[in-house]
Design a protein around this ligand. Structure first.
Ligand SMILES: Nc1nc2c(ncn2[C@@H]2O[C@H](COP(=O)(O)OP(=O)(O)OP(=O)(O)O)[C@@H](O)[C@H]2O)c(=O)[nH]1
Length: 599
């Protein structure tokens, strides 16, 4: 391979020959004695042989075609190679480095493996490299002059600085938001960024150089460990940010499976052989990225708007990871792009996720504003309904009050009417309907009362029994109606002569009775005589007829004692009346007392 100086990197792959030593037992002497036919052309630019742990011997003829001595750097761009031995760089001195040898063993302290090569003018040299690793047997070799390398290195450090700076800013920013908002998604995202940063720091060789240059065991397992850790937090972040809990239960079940798988890979990284852990972490990464992508698309279809940006972010990571894995396994050629594919894809993904997280906040704010607006509208609606119902209540109660008042008034009226009807009924039940005089029942009651009072006060009292004479003839001669008129006339005439505390009642038919309290026999007789005369002198005028009337009156008067009763009084007055009738009618007769105590 002619090494013409210039600013280009030269890729030695096509000039190299390889001999595979599966057991990894051959030493330099044995290899030097190998027949030419044992060597195979690499043919590929990057000398990449996948993950199998075999030792690979690589042979490269270099030639300085110039007349000047040349300083070259053979750059091995895979800092995770476990062991790299180089022969022919500097006489008999053997270069021995790799991340399973202490960092200090390197000739040049650099995160990558740098093999210095000084060629005299026109010199031709054979280089022999032995590569053995548990990880990706990918040499990623390039040749540069020392000056070109310096320039290249400056560019790379600037880019890496920007890259890690950006990650650090995102980490601090999102962690701050988590501390302020306590939104767990920001914590998962921050941890995701942190573990991804660590992963990249390890992959690019910075971690071994600056963090643990002597810790070979940890350097070995840290790569799958950080990868699985990033996957774990990526799963938690995706689950939360896509709100998968709100989706079908299958989402949650699958997420739990992935979480369990990532914990298993973490355990593998710590306990199992490196190659197993490495394969596990790659498989997990691919499964998670694909599933997260599918979840994102499904959520997008369900109308979850931030999912759009997530889909873009995941696409970046998937594409980058595919590039990285394909170049790692040697399927596609290694280049600056494939070497840094994961870096570029990862950074883009993280930036997009960060924007998506922000947009999620915006969406949450909008949802909150919408909910507030809805609440406000609901409240207004409720107030309106309340006002309406109050108005209705008022109207109902006003109407009810009016109706109650009306009903009460009509009830009171009805009660008044009922009471006056009752009064009338009571009056009627006490009076004789034809003459308007008290009836026989009232006579009996009053007679009892007057009798009791007279008995108590030892005052006299009298009873008159008054009977119209020949009344049958009146009826017969003038008709029954005329008879009624005569009865009314006689009653009126008699009532006019009564004292206010006397009681006149219709006893039945054409017969009347009067109860005179505080009255002696003389007074009673006088009154009876006045009544008789008055009726005699005042006939009844009925329909141009003059109907003469006369009265027979029986008088009984006495000061009652405890033996005197109502029946006795009535009987005695009736006896006197009988005598008046027998004596020829139109006269007054008094009951003749035959026993002591009777007046
Ligand atoms: N029009 C009328 N007649 C009555 C009423 N009550 C009783 N009478 C009549 O009064 C008459 C009483 O007749 P009697 O008992 O024979 O007595 P009298 O004809 O008056 O003869 P003396 O009493 O013996 O003088 C009967 O013809 C009854 O029909 C009434 O309310 N109206």
């Amino acid at each position: 391979m002619p090494l013409w100086p210039g600013e280009q990197r030269l890729l030695p792959g096509p000039y190299m020959q390889v001999w595979e030593d599966p057991e990894g037992l051959a030493d330099i002497q044995q290899v030097r004695q190998l027949p030419g036919s044992a060597w195979q052309p690499v043919a590929r630019r990057d000398a990449s042989f996948g993950y199998n742990g075999h030792a690979y011997w690589l042979r490269l003829q270099v030639h300085n075609p110039t007349a000047q001595p040349q300083d070259w750097i053979l750059l091995i761009g895979n800092p995770l190679l476990d062991h790299l031995d180089a022969y022919g760089l500097d006489g008999e001195r053997v270069y021995q480095a790799g991340d399973q040898r202490p960092f200090g063993a390197r000739w040049i302290e650099h995160r990558q493996l740098l093999l210095p090569l000084r060629l005299a003018p026109g010199e031709q040299r054979e280089l022999l490299l032995r590569m053995q690793t548990e990880g990706s047997a990918n040499l990623s070799a390039s040749l540069m002059t020392a000056a070109t390398f310096n320039l290249h290195e400056q560019r790379m450090l600037l880019l890496q600085g920007l890259f890690f700076g950006a990650l650090l800013v995102m980490l601090i920013y999102n962690l701050s938001i988590f501390i302020i908002t306590r939104d767990r998604n920001y914590l998962w995202y921050s941890l995701f960024v942190a573990s991804f940063t660590l992963y990249q720091f390890i992959q690019l060789g910075f971690a071994f150089q600056w963090l643990w240059p002597e810790a070979l065991w940890w350097q070995q397992l840290s790569f799958p460990f950080s990868s699985a850790l990033a996957t774990l937090f990526g799963i938690l972040f995706t689950y939360g940010v896509l709100d998968l809990k709100a989706g079908p239960p299958l989402y949650t079940h699958l997420t739990r499976c992935l979480l369990a798988a990532s914990l298993l890979v973490i355990a593998l990284a710590l306990l199992a052989p490196y190659s197993l852990a490495l394969i596990g972490s790659f498989a997990l990464l691919v499964a998670c990225a694909l599933l997260a992508f599918v979840f994102t698309l499904l959520r997008w279809r369900q109308g979850y708007r931030p999912a759009k940006l997530f889909a873009l972010g995941w696409s970046m990571l998937i594409i980058a990871s595919l590039f990285s894995i394909l170049s790692g396994t040697g399927v596609i050629a290694n280049s600056q792009l494939t070497l840094h594919a994961q870096q570029i894809g990862g950074l883009l993904e993280l930036v997009i996720f960060s924007i998506a997280l922000g947009s999620r906040i915006r969406q949450a704010q909008q949802a909150q504003q919408l909910a507030q607006a809805r609440l406000l509208a609901n409240e207004q609606q409720l107030r309106l309904e309340q006002a309406k119902s109050l108005q209705l209540q008022r109207e109902i109660s006003e109407g009810l009050e009016t109706r109650v008042q009306e009903r009460t008034a009509s009830l009171q009226q009805a009660l008044r009417e009922l009471s006056s009807a009752n009064q009338r009924l009571a009056e009627l039940s006490r009076h004789d309907s034809l003459t308007g005089l008290f009836n026989r029942q009232v006579l009996n009651e009053e007679l009892e009362r007057v009798l009791a009072q007279a008995r108590r006060s030892r005052q006299p009292m009298a009873i008159l029994m008054l009977d119209l004479d020949f009344f049958k003839k009146v009826n017969d001669d003038h008709g029954h109606l005329a008879g009624d008129a005569c009865l009314q006339h006689a009653a009126r005439r008699m009532q006019q002569r009564m004292r206010s505390n006397d009681l006149l009642a219709r006893f039945g038919g054409e017969e009347f009775a009067a109860v005179l309290s505080d009255t002696h026999l003389d007074g009673a007789r006088d009154l009876a005589e006045q009544l008789r005369l008055d009726l005699q002198q005042n006939p009844c005028h009925y329909q141009q007829q003059v109907i003469p009337l006369s009265l027979s009156i029986g008088v009984c008067a006495l000061v009652p004692d405890k033996h005197t009763d109502r029946e006795q009084l009535l009987r005695q007055a009736d006896q006197a009346l009988y005598q008046a009738k027998a004596g020829g009618r139109n006269q007054v007769r008094c009951y003749e007392a035959s026993t002591p105590g009777e007046a």
